[in-house]
Design a protein around this ligand. Structure first.
Ligand SMILES: *[C@@H]1O[C@H](CO)[C@@H](O)[C@H](O)[C@H]1NC(C)=O
Ligand SMILES: *[C@@H]1O[C@H](CO)[C@@H](O)[C@H](O)[C@H]1NC(C)=O
Length: 414
């Protein structure tokens, strides 16, 4: 509260400055100075009265003032958040607890600050203590939406090359070996069945051991291959949802002219011709496919890798969602999903989270045209079997370079 009068005075002072400037020309200066003093006094009195009234208003509405609130308001971000929050209030399906109900603000990125705008749904009583400037989303939610920035980017590639399909591979920044394997196997083909395909790797920031030399190495690698996209969130398993959402923002900003994108994990085998063939006949909008899970149970055992407590997702099951190992989407979806993410609290399990956003949009994921296209359990390498699928997880110890050489050799597959 103490900063407030200072700020208000700052607001008041520029006009008086303007008056002094206006009184400058010629010899009228001395004549003006007395009236100026009068003016200044008037302004001071005015400011005092304004302050008094403003203070009363503030205490009456009992909102919590903070400089950040003003900043948010100025940047227009606050207005956006307000809009999205009020929209979510208006949305008919208010029974879905996974939606933001205006109180937690985890999906509002800047968290509790926006609560001073009166968007509360009454969950915070008017006598509540002032909100902390930063509220951690807790272990099961991630910091999204949030203004992340790209530290390495390829802003022109899609516009210049107009690919039909972009492959987006999330990978840890230090994991160059994985990237090199993908570049020399299924990620290396830039044209498949006459369609242009572009490969990008998605990285966050590496922290801890070996983090100092990495930026230089990554810049070098980026210069060499022009396929790295890096954003400034901490790259770790718990943050995969941030990676996926930043990927969608990137696709919407830089590749909206592309027909399809596939997010595919770095330990996968991908049969691009089969994928392209499926996409040639696929819908161009509202299309998301992969290995679609239906009625998946929420894991309530706290020792599980994907544990989610009842408070975060009260229902026993998740909506339909495409498993994160590899899913394909039409390029109208990134923008819709990013918008939906303002209303859906950002669960740390990225594929489930996309499912929740799809549910919010009322767009169900599409099953692939046939079974056996996507495999979550590794299919052992076999030329014939691999010629019939689109994507499969590989065994950790598989020699993927050898597999690829064998797969690409001429001759019948089966
Ligand atoms: C998008 O594609 C259309 C038609 O193919 C083309 O006219 C337009 O210039 C493209 N826009 C961008 C930004 O690449
Ligand atoms: C996830 O990223 C955010 C933003 O960089 C960071 O504040 C947070 O600590 C990260 N989470 C973990 C578990 O490291």
């Amino acid at each position: 509260m103490l900063e407030q009068p200072v700020l208000l005075l700052l607001h008041v002072s520029p006009p008086s400055q303007g008056l002094v400037d206006a009184g400058r020309p010629g010899d009228s200066r001395s004549r003006c100075s007395s009236s100026l003093r009068l003016c200044f006094c008037f302004i001071l009195v005015f400011a005092a009265v304004y302050l008094l009234l403003y203070n009363r208003n503030l205490s009456e509405s009992s909102t919590d003032w903070s400089p950040k609130w003003l900043l948010n308001f100025n940047s227009g971000k606050w207005l956006k958040q307000f809009k999205s929050l009020t929209q979510s209030q208006k949305s008919p399906n208010t029974t879905d607890p996974s939606r933001v109900t205006g109180s937690a603000g985890a999906a509002a990125g800047l968290t509790a600050d926006s609560s001073s705008s009166g968007t509360d749904q009454g969950t915070r009583s008017s006598s509540a203590p002032p909100p902390a400037p930063y509220v951690s989303p807790g272990p099961y939610l991630v910091e999204y939406p949030h203004q992340y920035h790209f530290t390495i980017n390829e802003p022109q590639t899609c516009a210049e090359q107009q690919p039909f399909l972009v492959l987006m591979v999330p990978v840890a920044p230090q994991n160059r070996a994985h990237r090199d394997i993908i570049r020399s196997t299924w990620g290396g083909d830039s044209s498949v069945l006459g369609k242009v395909v572009k490969l990008f790797f998605l990285l966050g920031l590496k922290t801890g051991e070996g983090a100092e030399q990495l930026p230089e190495q990554l810049l070098q690698e980026s210069k060499e291959h022009q396929d790295l996209i890096q954003s400034d969130f901490v790259d770790c398993y718990k943050n995969l949802t941030i990676k996926t959402m930043v990927m969608l923002e990137w696709l919407d900003t830089y590749c909206s002219n592309v027909s399809y994108a596939m997010k595919i994990d770095s330990d996968m085998f991908l049969n691009l011709p089969n994928l392209i063939n499926m996409l040639i006949n696929a819908p161009r909008t509202n299309y998301l496919t992969g290995l679609v899970a239906s009625g998946a149970a929420v894991l309530r055992d706290p020792s599980s890798k994907w544990y989610v407590p009842v408070e975060v997702h009260p229902r026993p099951q998740y909506p339909r969602y495409a498993l994160g190992l590899g899913y394909v989407l039409s390029l109208d979806l990134p923008r819709k999903l990013v918008e939906a993410a303002r209303d859906v609290r950002a669960l740390y399990i990225e594929d489930v989270y996309l499912g929740l956003c799809m549910q919010h949009l009322g767009i169900p994921p599409t099953d692939p045209p046939g079974p056996g296209y996507f495999h979550v359990f590794p299919v052992s390498y076999d030329r014939c079997a691999f010629s019939k699928l689109i994507a499969t997880t590989t065994h950790e110890n598989d020699d993927r370079t050898w597999m690829w050489t064998d797969f690409k050799k001429p001759g019948p597959f089966c």
